[in-house]
Design a protein around this ligand. Structure first.
Ligand SMILES: Cc1cc2nc3c(=O)[nH]c(=O)nc-3n(C[C@H](O)[C@H](O)[C@H](O)COP(=O)(O)OP(=O)(O)OC[C@H]3O[C@@H](n4cnc5c(N)ncnc54)[C@H](O)[C@@H]3O)c2cc1C
Ligand code: SF4
Length: 304
């Protein structure tokens, strides 16, 4: 069993206290802890203070807007989100995506906010400290070389959050708060093509709500993974059909989800195939992953 390094846990019940704690060096926010705590055991992160979201006001609210949209608190668990009648009836692809994360027990702890803020993943990075030390670390943690693309200059760790492609196509906006005040950001502008600096939230910013407008189109969520439970997807797809044609968001193939469009399911699948350059993993060679992008996007579009 991997032990934790020493840390303290704070559970503030006011935003002023939370902002003060998060301004301290070495402080980090924790929600369900289902990703952060394993990463701490692996010494990927070494926070001295964890600031829990559990008692912060407003993070577990569900507010249905008069126009048919909904505001979801970032502290709702994935199980709660997947079971909300408003989500099941108006945003079924979000309910489906929550239900494909890990396992039911993890969904009962894991939060929507933690999923949206999930770190990018890589087989050379998500390993215990001793394993990583054996290869000298990597650009993303404790090293200076990328083992996936040694001649490259960047990090290609994959964005792997199941809920994000569906939220993207539903037009989600993210509400943050920090000591500097509140701000909102469209989810499709949140992520960057850099496995290390993969999101645009500032240090100390807390995601408080996810705002969904009334659904403008039917959305389908698909996840390809090695085993039907526990595993992260090696490919995440959401597809939507609008009056003007089809759109898809493809994820888990690089640091940033990629959006494509097409007039028909075939055209959409071709656009996705052309747009992505997945890297190989020890289980899935890169050419096969790329072919699966075409297959999964076409399946999603045809299901619409
Ligand atoms: C075995 C296993 C399998 C998994 N499989 C999947 C999978 O298939 N798909 C998937 O998407 N995930 C998977 N996960 C990862 C994880 O369970 C989920 O992504 C979960 O939704 C993370 O939410 P959390 O509340 O536990 O986040 P935490 O672990 O608490 O936090 C994750 C990150 O988000 C930050 N954070 C949390 N809340 C906020 C907030 N409100 N504002 C700003 N930052 C915040 C934290 O500081 C941390 O950096 C898996 C985890 C395990 C252990
Ligand atoms: S892709 Fe990123 S995490 Fe993976 S080895 Fe390269 S630098 Fe490290």
């Amino acid at each position: 069993m991997l032990p934790f390094a020493p840390f303290s846990l704070e559970a503030p019940d006011t935003w002023a206290t939370a902002h003060g704690l998060l301004a301290e060096p070495g402080a980090r926010l924790v929600a369900g802890g289902t990703d952060l705590l394993p990463s701490m055991k692996h010494r990927i992160f070494r926070p001295g203070v964890l600031v829990s979201t559990r008692r912060l006001p407003g993070l577990r609210s569900v507010v249905e807007a008069p126009d048919g949209g909904v505001l979801l608190g970032a502290g709702l668990t994935l199980r709660e989100v997947s079971r909300l009648p408003v989500v099941r009836s108006r945003y079924p692809a979000l309910a489906a995506a929550c239900a494909t994360v890990a396992t039911p027990t993890i969904q009962a702890m894991a939060t929507l906010g933690g999923n949206i803020m999930l770190d990018t993943r890589c087989v050379y990075y998500n390993q215990p400290e001793g394993w990583r030390a054996g290869i000298g670390g990597c650009l993303k943690c404790d090293g200076s070389v990328c083992h996936v693309a040694p001649k490259g200059r960047g990090c290609y760790a994959a964005h792997s959050a199941d809920t994000v492609p569906a939220l993207w196509l539903y037009g989600a906006h993210l509400a943050f708060t920090s000591a500097a005040g509140p701000r909102t950001l469209p989810l499709d502008e949140m992520y960057q093509d850099d496995g290390i600096a993969w999101h645009l939230a500032a240090a100390g910013e807390v995601l408080t709500h996810v705002s969904l407008p009334p659904p403008a189109a039917l959305v389908i969520h698909r996840k390809a993974r090695t085993r039907a439970a526990i595993d992260y997807g090696f490919l995440l797809v959401a597809a939507a059909r609008a009056d003007t044609g089809y759109r898809a968001v493809v994820s888990a193939v690089g640091p940033r989800p990629i959006e494509v469009a097409g007039d028909t399911p075939e055209a959409l699948a071709d656009a996705a195939f052309a747009a992505v350059q997945p890297l190989g993993t020890h289980l899935q060679p890169a050419p096969w992953r790329k072919k699966m992008v075409r297959v999964e996007v076409r399946r999603a579009a045809e299901a619409l």
